[in-house]
Design a protein. Structure first.
Length: 173
């Protein structure tokens, strides 16, 4: 006997849903309740660090919620991201992010550390930054055909093409 087929949802389904959702490999994930204040403060500080240090005319720093439609079966809303694309007259971002930051919470940690990690690696995100606000721990992964953890002290400069930005994590925590 074959296993029952699991319905895979697409972007057109997603657009009709109420509330906040993400789709990964066609599987819907309800977004967690509103983040706690510490989470939002860290997200805001990371955004500010990246934005003030961004040295690139064609790229922009985004803060959630904003849809990144990777393909018909994958739509996510990273906490902070950098994209280099023309987005006028579009309701979502569609190029591969140069950088994604996810700030962990109890309800999202497993998805961020596993499901999204694999997705971001597979689609070619250049840098994936995971921030744990409980212990002020930061892990930075650089994609060189697969994610490799990068060692750093207090601040890190992210570089892609002719662009760069940096985060001083002493200013984040």
């Amino acid at each position: 006997m074959a296993a029952p087929e699991i319905k895979r949802y697409k972007y057109d389904d997603y657009k009709k849903w109420e509330g906040n959702w993400e789709i990964i490999e066609g599987i819907p994930y309800a977004m967690a309740p509103a983040p706690v204040p510490k989470h939002q403060v860290i997200v805001g500080r990371i955004y500010n660090e990246l934005n003030k240090n961004l040295n690139c005319d064609e790229c922009e720093v985004f803060i959630a919620p904003i849809d990144w439609k990777i393909d018909e079966y994958n739509v996510v809303q990273p906490d902070v991201s950098i994209f280099c694309e023309k987005y006028e007259n579009k309701s979502y971002l569609s190029s591969v992010a140069k950088m994604v930051v996810e700030v962990l919470s109890l309800s999202t940690a497993f998805k961020d550390l596993n499901t999204k990690y694999k997705l971001y690696e597979k689609v070619g995100v250049k840098y994936y930054v995971i921030v744990n606000p409980e212990n002020n721990e930061v892990k930075i992964f650089e994609n060189k055909d697969e994610f490799k953890e990068v060692k750093f002290q207090n601040e890190f400069e992210f570089e892609w093409n002719d662009c760069k930005s940096k985060i001083d994590f002493l200013k984040v925590f």
